[in-house]
Design a protein around this ligand. Structure first.
Ligand code: GAP
Length: 699
């Protein structure tokens, strides 16, 4: 299954990934499976490094984040509560011509002339007949014209009369199928009968085709004819052609320009069954035997009870385990729970290599914070965070931060993470989602973008980039939903809040109570709780706040591992073409990964493989470094070729063991040459200093 070639740079990247073992097509020997990718030896190392670095930065280096590793399949109730069963869908359209499926919101607008056809009839068998028919018809028309002319001549100016007659007949001609019978012309009635039979063999499905500027009208006819051929009309004669000009229409296929179906929602979750279910019984189509229908319904209902979903995000397990983690980790709000793991989405159009896949990995943090009303009760006001200076450290979190400050903080922290693994700010971008773009649970979301080779340019030639990570403010939506659906309390108790509330003056209490009440009521009503019940529950929640209880709000930095891998590969890819004296040119690729993420950190290269003393030393160097980092040992080929191989793999350092290492020059005994990938420079270092040197570079 070939991936569409987005552009030359992407083609080179995809080819390198396969050639060097970064990424392979899943199930390639069986022709591949669309939207699934495997990571080869280098890709697996790269991915592992990225996940390790994320885990390290998000959990081990912080006091306020704990980790979780949950199952992929969970109770289907989780997905009902989260809203995924009802709303996690993309608008999908099918092309009526080429039958391909697309996401309706990804159709590029197109302009041109639309050819509408109401149907087509089978023409092959009757074409000679129709030729005859048309000749006779023309004669009949001629005869009619004469008749009309005679009539008009008697009543009006002859020139005007024939003009009118002619126009009337033109219209008449276009409707000839029905009008034909009225023409009294000898010899035509038999033909008419046969023609009528022919026309019965027709397809009444209408189709519209967009003709792009500069294309001949035949191409629209050709597409329409193919459409009818697919429906059993072998030699289609198109019916009722009508044309219309359109501008920027998204109603036509970007590939074949046929009309698209109306958008319909397509749920992206993969379904499966837990336990032994008679799946064949579910697939069985009931016939009209009432007993069998009843049996089928029974089997179907049994099956439905066992439905489960492959998780479409790792986040929900974090919400479902919130209370367990809170109690066992002895954390207090604000704190976070982090998880790395697989997620699955049955994407309508997987595309751009691994960018949009059907199976992928996420690195998600759910960071739980106090609601702004609680902050205001405790600290008097809610602090916001101005944009921070990229050159200085992100400010340390403050107790009076509201959700906006925490949101801004996490955007900054995440950008700094990307900088730390080699994605400079210049390669990144930001997109603040508009209210229409926000997911059902979010009150705000900032996407961190990366400028991928396939990212689109705007009219000024600027590239904004495509989403690498989304940092969403999810309010208290998720925990509230799980509380409602599971019946288990998800709130926390906060001493500080209770004490602070007692000291507030009456006006402030009223104001905070009212605002919290209103927010809760809005949430409940939006979630379908009937108005009176919502009022009652929101009153309980606001009374709870006054006693120090609330459901935490959430800020969620959610990153895709696979997108990050693709970004790192695209960012690292660099090539130079050199031409030798004989005019032969060679292009050399260097993958300039940051040493922290590079799949192989150090390549150990004995200068000669047939010098046992050199080999022994090289093996000792490998043994020294191996417990600490991924080391590759290579003794095959010239040293130049070995360097080139490591450049392509993205290995930042090569260590060469040569005769000087053995003491040929006594002052260089037990030293090695380090060759740096990015500038080709070389440096001599003592073997005893190697480990510290490399650790300082890769950590
Ligand atoms: N829990 C929130 C959430 O899942 P999302 O924006 O749908 O939000 C978060 O996904 C991240 O997961 C995205 O920024 C992207 O990096 C990654 N991601 C989402 N869908 C993906 C797909 N089909 N293929 C690869 N990565 C994907």
């Amino acid at each position: 299954m070939a991936e569409p070639k987005e552009n030359l740079q992407m083609e080179k990247i995809v080819s390198l990934c396969k050639r060097r073992g970064f990424i392979f097509q899943s199930s390639e020997i069986y022709g591949g499976i669309n939207g699934f990718w495997d990571y080869g030896p280098l890709g697996a190392e790269l991915k592992r490094n990225v996940k390790e670095l994320w885990w390290h930065a998000m959990t081990r280096q912080r006091d306020d984040v704990a980790g979780l590793e949950a199952t992929i399949i969970m109770s289907p109730q989780i997905w009902k509560a989260s809203g995924h069963v009802d709303t996690f869908s993309d608008p999908m359209v099918d092309c009526k011509g080429c039958k391909k499926r697309f996401r309706a919101d990804q159709i590029e607008p197109q302009s041109g002339i639309v050819y509408h056809f109401s149907g087509a009839y089978e023409g092959s068998k009757f074409n000679p007949l129709l030729d005859q028919y048309q000749t006779d018809f023309r004669d009949a028309v001629k005869y009619k014209v004469q008749q009309f002319a005679e009539i008009y001549k008697k009543n009006a100016d002859p020139a005007e009369a024939s003009e009118q007659t002619f126009n009337a007949l033109l219209k008449f001609q276009s409707q000839f199928q029905t009008e034909y019978a009225q023409i009294n012309c000898p010899g035509l009635s038999k033909l008419h009968k046969e023609y009528s039979e022919a026309i019965e063999n027709k397809c009444n499905i209408p189709i519209s085709v967009l003709l792009l500027p500069g294309k001949p009208s035949e191409s629209a006819h050709k597409i329409a004819m193919q459409f009818y051929q697919q429906r059993g009309i072998n030699t289609p004669n198109l019916l009722d052609e009508r044309i219309e000009k359109v501008e920027n229409s998204t109603r036509f296929c970007n590939e074949c320009q046929s009309e698209l179906t109306e958008p319909k929602p397509f749920n992206l979750m993969f379904k499966t069954y837990v336990g032994p279910v008679n799946v064949s019984a579910l697939d069985y189509k009931p016939d009209i035997d009432p007993k069998k229908v009843e049996e089928w319904f029974k089997a179907f209902n049994e099956g439905e009870k066992n439905i489960a979903y492959l998780r479409p995000e790792t986040a929900q397990a974090i919400f479902a385990q919130f209370k367990n983690v809170l109690e066992t980790s002895r954390q207090r709000v604000p704190f976070g729970i982090a998880q790395v793991g697989k997620a699955f989405r049955n994407e309508v159009t997987p595309r751009n290599f691994t960018f949009r896949s059907r199976e992928f990995e996420q690195m998600e943090l759910e960071f739980f914070i106090k609601p702004d009303e609680a902050i205001e009760a405790i600290h008097g006001s809610v602090a916001t965070l101005e944009t921070t200076d990229p050159k200085s450290k992100t400010p340390d979190p403050q107790p009076n931060w509201g959700w906006q400050a925490w949101h801004q903080y996490w955007v900054e922290e995440r950008v700094r993470f990307y900088e730390g693994i080699g994605l400079s700010r210049a390669t990144l971008g930001f997109h603040k989602q508009t209210p229409a773009e926000l997911a059902h649970y979010a009150r705000a979301c900032t996407d961190i973008l990366f400028k991928f080779p396939f990212s689109k340019k705007d009219e000024q030639g600027n590239v904004a980039g495509d989403e690498l990570e989304g940092i969403a403010a999810r309010s208290d939506f998720d925990l509230s939903q799980h509380q409602r659906f599971s019946g288990k309390p998800m709130g926390v108790f906060d001493d500080e809040l209770r004490a602070a509330w007692a000291k507030l003056d009456e006006a402030k209490r009223k104001d905070l109570w009212q605002r919290y009440f209103q927010n809760r009521k809005n949430y409940l009503e939006k979630s379908g709780v009937e108005s009176k019940q919502a009022e009652k529950d929101a009153t309980d929640d606001a009374n709870g706040l006054a006693k120090g209880q609330y459901i935490p709000h959430v800020i969620e930095p959610s990153a895709g591992v696979d997108r990050l891998i693709l970004a790192l590969i695209a960012n690292a890819y660099s090539e130079v073409t050199e031409t030798d004296d004989k005019g032969k040119s060679e292009t050399r690729v260097t993958m300039k990964f940051h040493p922290r993420v590079a799949p192989i950190k150090v390549a150990v290269l004995p200068l000669l493989k047939n010098k046992p003393e050199i080999v022994k030393k090289a093996e000792a160097v490998r043994a020294l470094l191996r417990p600490w980092m991924n080391v590759f040992y290579d003794e095959a080929g010239s040293i130049g070729r070995r360097y080139a191989r490591q450049d392509e793999a993205g290995t930042p350092f090569c260590v060469t063991i040569d005769f000087d290492t053995l003491g040929e020059k006594p002052e260089l005994l037990d030293t090695v040459t380090i060759r740096f990938r990015d500038d080709g420079k070389q440096e001599r270092l003592k073997i005893s200093e190697l480990l510290d040197f490399f650790l300082s570079k890769i950590r």
